[in-house]
Write a protein that binds this ligand. Structure first.
Ligand code: HEC
Length: 103
């Protein structure tokens, strides 16, 4: 592949990452994956997937590290209605945040 094309791909990639929100952090930095986590991994990955999609529809992803778990509890309660969460959604998001946030 010609160098210029490769460079363009890289630039597009970086812009794509920046569009996701906060600075130019990667998705993995903003919302750490739960691979290797113990516990209910399917609930945790469901929580993460809601966090990076549903919670990002209005304002992009807020990096997990921006808030303590205690803060996240209040935020998610506040945002739950706006996000039209159903069933275990809210609990799964909180379980995910409890697993990956600072405490
Ligand atoms: C329908 C739009 C919408 C959805 C969906 C939504 N938010 Fe928000 N969020 C907002 C708006 C608007 C604000 C600005 C502050 C306010 O109005 O409370 C905000 C503010 C925030 C803030 C900043 C609050 C602070 O104290 O700094 C965080 C963090 C946040 N949202 C996280 C989330 C999470 C987590 C979810 C998913 C559970 C979510 N949001 C879903 C609209 C939304």
């Amino acid at each position: 592949m010609p160098y210029s094309r490769l460079k363009r791909l890289l630039v597009v990639g970086v812009i794509g990452a920046c569009l996701f929100g906060a600075g130019c952090q990667s998705l993995e930095e903003m919302a750490p994956p739960v691979t290797g986590a113990t516990g209910n991994v399917s609930a945790l990955s469901h929580g993460r997937s809601l966090f990076v999609t549903r919670c990002a529809t209005c304002h992009g992803i807020t990096p997990v590290a921006d808030h303590s778990y205690a803060e996240w509890q209040g935020i998610v309660t506040e945002m739950a209605e706006r996000s039209k969460l159903v069933g275990t959604d809210e609990g799964d998001i909180l379980a995910y945040l409890r697993t990956v946030s600072r405490h």
